[in-house]
Design a protein around this ligand. Structure first.
Ligand SMILES: NC(=O)c1ccc[n+]([C@@H]2O[C@H](COP(=O)([O-])OP(=O)(O)OC[C@H]3O[C@@H](n4cnc5c(N)ncnc54)[C@H](O)[C@@H]3O)[C@@H](O)[C@H]2O)c1
Length: 248
């Protein structure tokens, strides 16, 4: 698939949304990134340009040419206007992890977005079929779970809801692959939060917290032990700090 002229809408320009917008623009898509907060948009624009994982840093590391970096920046439009998302081919939602917020966001957008538009949620774990049920397009609704920092991490946990069509799965997987990610398609669960990655990660965090509360080791010791033992880049507590701050 050529991403040229493919229109992506990103909802939320925080830790995840700004990185997602950058990745999709670098891959050749036209990106409209919408947040409700003008200050967040300013910060996002700065991060995409010259943040730790922004395009300038990618140029310095030899990952991107200067020309590709500047055309990627030209392809991203930051806005507070919800209607600016209506003509996207695909909208990726990265608003806060609150079920009620996500449901009302998708319900509203479903009324105005073009009928062909695919909806993808970057939820960390809410059942995709439950979010899709807020819309009249459950066949064009999917989970696309990214990891932080989005420009660096390969994760594309593609979550297939009960009614997600084969075509939607194929389109989104192809798009993820062309953006340099490694799409793995998994099934949704009605009863559990976290798909595959976060169910397993939080099981580990629960156990690490039990070890901490029993006074066996402190946070830093636990992180160091897990790093030394398994060659993880970070232990359970450091991982949580990094994910919530965008690894700044
Ligand atoms: N931080 C991570 O490591 C990580 C990793 C994977 C997935 N996620 C998921 O991604 C989503 C976003 O997380 P984040 O860490 O980027 O949060 P964040 O708080 O950094 O950003 C969320 C942004 O959404 C904006 N927002 C709120 N309502 C909105 C609306 N209706 N339309 C547009 N923007 C709106 C907020 O102003 C905020 O800037 C969550 O579902 C989270 O669970 C986070």
């Amino acid at each position: 698939m050529s991403n040229n002229n493919y229109k992506i809408g990103v909802a939320g320009a925080g830790v995840m949304g700004s990185g997602i917008a950058q990745v999709m623009a670098v891959s050749g898509c036209e990106v409209t990134c919408r947040d409700i907060d003008q200050d967040v948009l300013k910060e996002a624009s700065k991060n995409v340009d010259s943040g730790r994982f922004g395009v300038k840093s990618a140029v310095e590391r030899g990952k991107l040419t200067e020309e590709d970096a500047s055309s990627a920046l030209e392809r991203i439009h930051f806005t507070t206007d919800l209607d600016a998302l209506n003509e996207a081919d695909l909208i990726i939602e990265a608003i806060p992890e609150r079920f009620d917020l996500k449901v009302s966001f998708w319900k509203e957008l479903d009324k105005t977005a073009a009928p062909r538009t695919i909806f993808a949620s970057n939820s960390s774990g809410f059942p995709i079929s439950a979010l899709a049920a807020a819309t009249e397009r459950p066949d064009r609704f999917i989970g696309w779970h990214w990891a932080s920092p989005a420009p660096v991490m390969k994760l594309a946990e593609i979550v297939k809801g009960k009614k997600t069509s084969k075509e939607t799965v194929e389109t989104v997987s192809a798009l993820a692959e062309s953006a340099g990610k490694n799409p793995i398609v998994v099934n949704d669960s009605d009863t559990s939060w976290g798909y595959v990655t976060n169910r397993i990660y939080f099981a580990m965090v629960r156990e690490a917290s039990t070890v901490l509360n029993e006074g066996i080791a402190d946070r830093d010791q636990i992180d160091q032990l897990m790093t030394d033992c398994f060659r993880w880049p970070s232990g359970p507590f450091g991982m949580t700090r990094g994910a919530t701050s965008g690894w700044k």
